[in-house]
Design a binder for this molecule. Structure first.
Ligand SMILES: [Zn+2]
Length: 109
């Protein structure tokens, strides 16, 4: 059994490329492994191409007791063309509202 990581369709053994999107099929067990970033627990609340701005916001959030994480496209093994400079700031789901309010205050000054 092989699975298309794009379409999530399962294909019988022997097929190696998704007929729909031409993506290489992968072993379904690979898809079950937790990703480095648990996206279901973290929400992107802010994006910027300014790394220092992100660091500043992250530090500010930390001082307010809100755990934040910076995710840069540059960290990826295979960069997405045209998306190289976008840096995302993520917080845990339960902190989203607090964090957005906090950032609005910081940036509104
Ligand atoms: Zn596919």
């Amino acid at each position: 059994m092989a699975v298309c990581p794009n379409c999530k369709y399962e294909y019988v053994k022997g097929i190696t490329i998704c007929p729909d999107c031409r993506t290489n099929l992968v072993d379904p067990n690979l898809l079950k492994q937790p990703p480095a970033l648990e996206e279901k627990d973290w929400k992107i609340i802010f994006t910027s191409d300014q790394e220092y701005e992100m660091q500043m916001l992250k530090d500010n959030l930390a001082s307010a007791g809100i755990e934040a994480m910076i995710f840069s496209q540059k960290d990826r093994n295979i960069p997405t063309p045209g998306d190289l400079s976008i840096i995302s700031l993520l917080v845990r789901n339960e902190s989203v509202d607090d964090a957005i309010n906090f950032i609005n205050e910081v940036l509104g000054e």
